[in-house]
Design a protein around this ligand. Structure first.
Ligand code: F0G
Length: 362
């Protein structure tokens, strides 16, 4: 009998801080597809292997579920009755879902009017206690870091080390599937927890820690991409009023600042940023040439990879993985506005009218 997949903690139990008696809070996260792009490399006339790690297929539609299964498992193990986070939308949806699964309460702080519709819908459905603040993510983050001293709640943002432990399993999955680490790993950077987690996972499998047997021969070059209006890693200093259409990464004061710089330096990688237009173009390209729909922030990874392949910074012959952090359905408004010129035709409901509509568009 094949073993039923029960989530990433079970799969990577020996590399995660759980014991035999730990009650695991899981919704079947992880084990997401690693999809090789077929059309885009041909389109750009480059000999490169580009894979996308489609994290939008996690239970709540983003990579946050990897960290949340660990953070909520440990919060429950430590006796917590409530969790709290600040969020640009995905963390709040994930926290809300895992809190339900655990039977505890989730309090989420979100910037009023600045989170995508899909994320708001999920968080409402899961029944989280939503607190909208009249400021941005960074302001919310500052408050939740202080609130834990004033209320009996566990913080589940990525400053919680268990979040990083859960998220590092994405690197394990990539190596398990490819047989070794890729040459380059490209991902969007906001609060910088995910780049920190991937780097930890890659290093562990390359046995850099000295404690574990090596599974991979190397760790990849880490390439972190931001939106031009929210790019503290490019300016080298915090940004007070971040702005971007990619609301998931509308962050100016990343919490994992030092860890992200360490990942960049130790891997020989780099940070770069792109305009909203370039990010949205990559999102559309992925959907229309590969049939893969990610949210705007996620497309920063592909925008960056294509830019750096084009300039030769990432040489031909490379194996590249781009993380697609969230599902395209998270942000239907941006998707529909991107396709304003592709309005569906409206015809009479007759065989003849439909036949004409098809033949005209062949
Ligand atoms: N992509 C998506 C879709 C995200 O939701 C986030 C972060 C990132 C990329 C950046 O990851 O913060 O680890 O560098 N979203 C957080 C949230 C901030 O609240 O959902 P990071």
């Amino acid at each position: 009998m094949t073993k039923h997949y029960t989530g990433l903690i079970e799969r990577y139990r020996d590399r995660l801080p759980v014991s035999a008696s730990t009650r695991i809070i899981s919704i079947g996260e992880g084990n997401t597809p690693l999809i090789q792009l077929q059309n885009i490399p041909r389109l750009i006339h480059k000999e490169v292997d580009i894979y996308v790690k489609y994290e939008g297929l996690n239970p709540t539609g983003s990579f946050k579920d990897r960290g949340m299964t660990m953070a909520v498992t440990k919060a429950v193990e430590e006796g917590s009755q409530a969790i709290v986070c600040a969020s640009t939308g995905n963390t709040s949806a994930s926290a809300a879902a895992y809190a339900v699964r655990a039977g505890i309460t989730a309090f989420v702080l979100i910037p009023e009017g600045k989170i995508a519709q899909g994320k708001l819908a999920q968080t409402l459905m899961y029944g989280a206690k939503i607190i909208q603040i009249k400021d941005n993510f960074d302001a919310g983050m500052k408050i939740v870091k202080e609130i834990i001293d004033h209320a009996p709640v566990t913080l589940v943002n990525s400053v919680n080390p268990y979040r990083i432990d859960g998220q590092k399993t994405a690197a394990f999955e990539i190596i398990d599937e490819l047989g070794d680490a890729p040459d380059y790993h490209c991902l969007p950077v906001g609060n910088a927890g995910n780049i920190t987690a991937y780097w930890k996972g890659y290093r562990e499998y390359a046995a850099d820690s000295g404690k574990l047997p090596a599974v991979a021969s190397k760790a990849p070059v880490m390439c972190g991409y931001q939106a031009a209006g929210a790019a503290p890693f490019i300016s080298g200093k915090m940004v007070d009023n971040p702005e971007t259409v990619a609301t998931a990464i509308r962050i100016g004061h990343p919490q994992s600042w030092d860890y992200a710089w360490a990942a960049q330096k130790q891997s020989g990688g780099w940070f770069d940023c792109f305009t909203d237009d370039k990010i949205l173009a990559a999102q559309k390209m992925l959907a229309s040439f590969e049939g893969i729909f990610c949210e705007p922030a996620s497309a920063a990874s592909l925008a960056g990879a294509l830019n750096d392949i084009g300039s030769g910074k990432i040489p031909e012959g490379s194996k590249i993985v781009c993380t697609l952090t969230g599902n395209g359905l998270k942000d239907p408004d941006i998707a529909i506005s991107q396709c304003a010129e592709d309005k569906p035709v409206v015809v009479e409901a007759t065989l003849d009218a439909v036949k004409r509509a098809i033949l005209e568009q062949m």
